[in-house]
Ligand binder design. Structure first.
Ligand code: GLN
Length: 188
């Protein structure tokens, strides 16, 4: 099993470290030829969704990645990665628009929007959650399953092969969300 991590910008290295700790093989996706490798799962990291969206287009990665997501490739988007997958983006432009959710960018404010909490994640239990200039999901359509909420806002959801978190599990010590994602790959 090999997980590709989109490595154009943002917090991609941290995801690699989590996968190392779980013994899962991974590699970075920086250009089109990286998609020639065996790819069983994809991580879209946190960072700046507008910058990543533009680079995906400029590098010709947008279409082939969208096709893979639509064909059922297990995909995990954190923070900016969540925004890239959302069908509707308040305060920004949709990118892959493959997930039936509406998100609000920088929903907690631009500067003071970083915080940490512990909350329940469906199927896992209580886990630590770190938010950095995070979006939240304003509404999730019928196809999406809500997995976690903080203060009445949806912060994690899943729709078939797509998993998203508004927080950064890769910045905590807790491996459970990455483990959950690896299970999604194994059960495909
Ligand atoms: N605010 C960023 C955006 O809109 C997301 C922040 C993050 O990924 N930590 O893309």
């Amino acid at each position: 099993m090999a997980v590709g991590i989109l490595a154009l910008q943002g917090a991609f290295e941290e995801h690699g470290k989590m996968l190392d700790r779980l013994g899962a093989e991974h590699f970075e996706i920086r250009q089109l030829k990286d998609l020639d490798r065996q790819l069983d799962g994809l991580i879209l990291p946190g960072g700046e969704s507008t910058v990543m969206g533009k680079l995906l287009m400029d590098l010709g990665l947008f279409e082939p990645i969208l096709e893979k997501i639509k064909n059922g490739l297990p995909t995990f988007g954190t923070c900016a990665g969540l925004i890239l997958l959302a069908e509707n983006v308040q305060g920004g432009k949709p990118c892959f628009a493959s997930m039936d959710i509406s998100v609000k960018r920088n929903a907690y404010g631009r500067q003071l929007g970083s915080f940490h909490t512990d909350k329940e994640f469906k199927g896992i239990g209580r886990i630590p959650m770190t938010f950095i200039r995070a979006p939240y999901i304003e509404s999730a359509g019928n196809k999406a399953d809500v997995l976690a909420e903080v203060d009445g806002h949806i912060v994690a959801a899943r729709q078939d092969n797509q998993l998203v978190t508004a927080f950064h599990p890769e910045l905590c010590d807790d491996l459970s969300v990455h483990k959950y994602f690896l299970e999604m790959i194994k059960c495909r």
